[in-house]
Write a protein that binds this ligand. Structure first.
Ligand SMILES: [Zn+2]
Ligand SMILES: [Zn+2]
Length: 174
Protein backbone atom coordinates (compact mmCIF):
# COMPACT_ATOMS: atom_id res chain seq x y z
CA UNK A 1 0.00 0.00 0.00
CA UNK A 2 1.45 3.34 -1.00
CA UNK A 3 1.10 6.09 1.51
CA UNK A 4 0.50 9.33 -0.29
CA UNK A 5 1.20 12.56 1.50
CA UNK A 6 -1.87 14.71 1.81
CA UNK A 7 -0.50 18.19 1.57
CA UNK A 8 -2.65 21.26 2.00
CA UNK A 9 -1.10 24.48 0.82
CA UNK A 10 -1.78 26.92 3.61
CA UNK A 11 -2.00 29.86 1.20
CA UNK A 12 -4.67 27.91 -0.73
CA UNK A 13 -7.04 27.72 2.22
CA UNK A 14 -9.86 30.10 1.32
CA UNK A 15 -10.98 32.85 3.68
CA UNK A 16 -14.18 30.97 4.44
CA UNK A 17 -12.18 27.90 5.48
CA UNK A 18 -11.87 24.39 4.18
CA UNK A 19 -13.85 21.30 5.19
CA UNK A 20 -12.18 17.92 4.77
CA UNK A 21 -14.10 14.67 4.96
CA UNK A 22 -12.92 11.09 5.06
CA UNK A 23 -13.10 10.59 1.30
CA UNK A 24 -10.56 13.33 0.68
CA UNK A 25 -7.83 11.40 2.46
CA UNK A 26 -5.60 8.71 1.07
CA UNK A 27 -6.50 5.15 1.96
CA UNK A 28 -3.67 5.00 4.42
CA UNK A 29 -3.18 8.25 6.30
CA UNK A 30 -1.30 6.36 9.01
CA UNK A 31 2.30 5.22 8.72
CA UNK A 32 1.28 1.93 10.35
CA UNK A 33 -0.98 0.08 7.89
CA UNK A 34 -2.64 -1.76 10.79
CA UNK A 35 -4.25 1.50 11.89
CA UNK A 36 -7.59 2.13 10.25
CA UNK A 37 -9.30 5.43 9.66
CA UNK A 38 -13.04 5.01 10.28
CA UNK A 39 -14.19 8.57 9.95
CA UNK A 40 -12.95 12.08 9.67
CA UNK A 41 -14.38 15.53 9.62
CA UNK A 42 -12.00 18.44 9.81
CA UNK A 43 -12.38 22.14 9.36
CA UNK A 44 -9.33 24.23 8.53
CA UNK A 45 -9.39 27.97 8.94
CA UNK A 46 -6.62 30.45 8.50
CA UNK A 47 -5.73 32.88 11.25
CA UNK A 48 -3.13 35.01 9.54
CA UNK A 49 -0.14 32.63 9.24
CA UNK A 50 -1.64 30.04 11.56
CA UNK A 51 -4.15 27.38 10.68
CA UNK A 52 -6.88 26.39 13.10
CA UNK A 53 -7.88 22.76 12.68
CA UNK A 54 -11.05 21.57 14.38
CA UNK A 55 -13.12 18.46 14.05
CA UNK A 56 -13.10 14.79 14.80
CA UNK A 57 -11.12 11.71 13.80
CA UNK A 58 -12.35 8.17 14.38
CA UNK A 59 -9.93 5.31 14.02
CA UNK A 60 -9.34 1.71 15.01
CA UNK A 61 -5.87 1.15 16.41
CA UNK A 62 -4.33 -2.17 17.50
CA UNK A 63 -3.65 -2.15 21.23
CA UNK A 64 -2.84 -4.65 23.93
CA UNK A 65 -5.31 -4.97 26.78
CA UNK A 66 -3.76 -3.84 30.06
CA UNK A 67 -5.57 -6.57 32.00
CA UNK A 68 -5.60 -9.73 29.88
CA UNK A 69 -2.69 -8.75 27.57
CA UNK A 70 -4.68 -9.77 24.49
CA UNK A 71 -4.35 -7.67 21.33
CA UNK A 72 -7.51 -5.92 20.23
CA UNK A 73 -8.57 -3.05 18.00
CA UNK A 74 -9.21 0.02 20.13
CA UNK A 75 -11.79 2.41 18.77
CA UNK A 76 -10.41 5.90 19.16
CA UNK A 77 -12.27 9.15 18.78
CA UNK A 78 -9.98 12.15 18.67
CA UNK A 79 -11.49 15.55 19.11
CA UNK A 80 -9.28 17.90 17.15
CA UNK A 81 -8.73 21.47 18.29
CA UNK A 82 -5.25 22.43 17.26
CA UNK A 83 -3.40 25.49 16.06
CA UNK A 84 -0.87 24.75 13.35
CA UNK A 85 1.81 27.40 13.23
CA UNK A 86 4.78 27.96 10.90
CA UNK A 87 7.79 26.12 12.26
CA UNK A 88 10.03 28.75 13.85
CA UNK A 89 13.70 29.08 13.04
CA UNK A 90 15.80 27.22 15.60
CA UNK A 91 16.04 29.13 18.83
CA UNK A 92 12.93 31.21 18.29
CA UNK A 93 10.27 31.03 20.92
CA UNK A 94 6.71 30.48 19.84
CA UNK A 95 4.29 32.68 21.71
CA UNK A 96 1.14 30.79 22.47
CA UNK A 97 -2.21 32.13 23.38
CA UNK A 98 -3.29 30.74 26.75
CA UNK A 99 -6.29 28.93 25.30
CA UNK A 100 -4.19 26.94 22.88
CA UNK A 101 -3.92 23.41 24.16
CA UNK A 102 -2.42 21.81 21.09
CA UNK A 103 0.07 23.34 18.75
CA UNK A 104 1.62 21.71 15.75
CA UNK A 105 3.92 23.00 13.06
CA UNK A 106 3.94 23.25 9.33
CA UNK A 107 6.79 24.12 7.02
CA UNK A 108 7.08 25.94 3.71
CA UNK A 109 3.36 26.69 3.33
CA UNK A 110 2.66 22.94 3.44
CA UNK A 111 0.40 21.37 6.01
CA UNK A 112 0.68 17.57 5.92
CA UNK A 113 -2.78 16.35 6.80
CA UNK A 114 -1.63 12.76 7.28
CA UNK A 115 0.81 13.87 9.96
CA UNK A 116 -1.89 15.92 11.64
CA UNK A 117 -4.32 12.99 11.61
CA UNK A 118 -1.71 10.57 12.91
CA UNK A 119 -0.53 12.89 15.68
CA UNK A 120 -4.03 13.70 16.89
CA UNK A 121 -5.02 10.03 16.82
CA UNK A 122 -1.89 9.07 18.78
CA UNK A 123 -2.70 11.70 21.41
CA UNK A 124 -6.17 10.22 21.81
CA UNK A 125 -4.99 6.65 22.41
CA UNK A 126 -6.09 5.28 25.77
CA UNK A 127 -3.52 5.42 28.59
CA UNK A 128 -4.67 2.05 29.85
CA UNK A 129 -6.30 0.18 27.00
CA UNK A 130 -8.96 -2.37 27.95
CA UNK A 131 -10.33 -4.89 25.48
CA UNK A 132 -13.66 -4.28 27.22
CA UNK A 133 -14.73 -2.40 30.33
CA UNK A 134 -15.42 -5.58 32.28
CA UNK A 135 -12.36 -7.51 31.13
CA UNK A 136 -11.65 -10.10 33.80
CA UNK A 137 -7.90 -10.09 33.23
CA UNK A 138 -5.44 -12.83 34.00
CA UNK A 139 -5.63 -15.18 36.95
CA UNK A 140 -2.78 -14.21 39.30
CA UNK A 141 -2.27 -17.85 40.22
CA UNK A 142 -2.22 -19.77 36.95
CA UNK A 143 -1.98 -16.88 34.48
CA UNK A 144 -5.02 -18.05 32.54
CA UNK A 145 -7.16 -15.53 30.70
CA UNK A 146 -10.31 -15.37 32.80
CA UNK A 147 -12.34 -14.10 29.86
CA UNK A 148 -11.69 -17.41 28.15
CA UNK A 149 -11.16 -20.02 30.85
CA UNK A 150 -12.69 -20.47 34.25
CA UNK A 151 -9.85 -21.89 36.23
CA UNK A 152 -10.33 -23.48 39.62
CA UNK A 153 -7.87 -21.18 41.36
CA UNK A 154 -8.91 -19.24 44.41
CA UNK A 155 -9.37 -15.54 43.81
CA UNK A 156 -6.12 -14.64 45.44
CA UNK A 157 -2.95 -16.53 45.94
CA UNK A 158 -2.15 -16.71 49.64
CA UNK A 159 0.23 -13.84 50.41
CA UNK A 160 3.50 -15.36 51.67
CA UNK A 161 4.04 -12.37 54.00
CA UNK A 162 0.67 -12.97 55.56
CA UNK A 163 1.53 -16.61 56.05
CA UNK A 164 4.67 -15.63 57.99
CA UNK A 165 2.64 -13.32 60.25
CA UNK A 166 0.08 -16.01 60.92
CA UNK A 167 2.85 -18.40 61.75
CA UNK A 168 4.36 -15.91 64.23
CA UNK A 169 0.99 -15.28 65.81
CA UNK A 170 0.41 -18.99 66.13
CA UNK A 171 3.76 -19.49 67.87
CA UNK A 172 3.18 -16.61 70.29
CA UNK A 173 -0.18 -17.88 71.32
CA UNK A 174 1.29 -21.18 72.25
ZN1 LIG B 1 -8.72 -7.65 28.28
ZN1 LIG C 1 -6.19 -19.65 37.71
Amino acid sequence: MIIRPMIIKVSDIPDEGLTIERAALADAPFSDPAWRLDGLSLRLERDRLDVLAQGEIRATVPQMCGRCLEPFGARVTAGVDVRVVPRPATGDIVELAPDDLDVEFYEKDELDLNVLVETETTLALPMKPLCREDCLGLCPVCGGNRNVVTCGCRDRAPDPRLAVLKDLAARRSR
